[in-house]
Design a binder for this molecule. Sequence first.
Ligand code: HEC
Ligand code: HEC
Length: 348
Amino acid sequence: MNQTSRPLIKLFPLIAGLLVTVVLLVGLVAGLLYFDHVGLQPTQMQVSEALPALAEHKPTALMDPVGMWVAPDWGTVDSAPNAEVIKYGRELIANTAEYLGPNGKVRKISNGLNCQNCHLQAGTVPLGNNYSAAKSTYPKVRGRSGKSEDIQLRINGCFQRSLNGEALPNDSKEMIAIVAYMDWLGKDVPKGEKPKGAGIYELPFLDRAADPVKGKTIYERQCVTCHMTDGQGVIKPDSSGYIYPPLWGEHSYNQGAGLFRMSRFAGYVKANMPFGATYENPMLTDEEAWDVAAYVNSLDRPKRDFPNDWPDISKKPIDHPFGPYADEFSEEQHKFGPFQAIKVEAKQ
Ligand code: HEC
Ligand code: HEC
């Protein structure tokens, strides 16, 4: 062996050691970057927290997307002669509280919810309680009022019940704009037709009553991250509306509202909640949706009498939670089910 190769051989372990250290450091930095990135997305974290249950039961798509109603392309709105009115209408649906809420800059006539909290993406989402059938099916005779309702009366139904507020005058700039927006959304739907995916999903009945106790567990697992333990949601820092809307209590919809009926609540939630669920990727099983509806609708919310509702009691929907009824089933069963027997008797 000559003199120069000896120090080189001695260096080998040192070089190997250095290499291992570099690899470890790169790994550590990559790991830190990854967690930093994930940690920066709170909403994603909340949605994914709800996911473990998904893997257990994997609910399947609620409807075939073929033939589903699609809203007109918003990018084409400017070709409408009344584009500015339509745009104001959409703005009122999306940010109702800012204009018409408790601190509304136009009127103070509603509870802080936005129409869009329940009519998702300004009423354009399939099975997201959309407005696709508003133009084509109104005016129509409805059992609740017992008379022909025009679209303005129906809109005011939601102002007085879902937004626990006051009616908008028919000739107000705001009512005119909301109607113009709904007419534009439904402009391609033939008169009298209800497009596929309109309104709320009809969730199959359970063969038992919906159970608020089971529902509480589901609420705590799947809803609490956004709607909060006390159900009051999260208000925007400037109080102009909610980031996450309340589900019960004095700022929520009242007992005369559609969502206070179990089938409306459960069907809406099945296709749209936890936020991020869609009709193609629902996250709750049918049982979970019914039970969480039972829990939320068992808690306190504003009471409001509408003495002229249901002049013909035989027209009450089977899940209308207040008697008197045209049948012998109890108020309790009309509220929580099981509904099948009531349906058979009512032939609805
Ligand atoms: C708390 C939830 C909620 C809010 C907020 C809400 N709605 Fe509704 N809305 C409903 C429910 C539930 C229905 C009934 C859907 C069904 O039975 O299929 C409905 C139905 C309607 C309909 C009838 C649609 C049809 O095709 O028959 C119109 C129009 C409407 N809402 C307008 C509005 C407007 C305008 C606002 C805001 C001022 C609003 N809604 C806010 C829950 C809500
Ligand atoms: C990741 C957050 C998140 C989770 C989790 C979540 N929601 Fe929501 N929820 C929202 C948001 C946001 C809205 C309003 C949607 C909008 O304005 O676009 C909403 C709206 C609603 C509404 C209609 C508005 C109202 O205030 O009445 C109901 C009902 C509802 N959620 C029920 C539930 C239920 C039940 C669960 C659990 C199964 C749930 N949500 C889980 C974010 C969430």
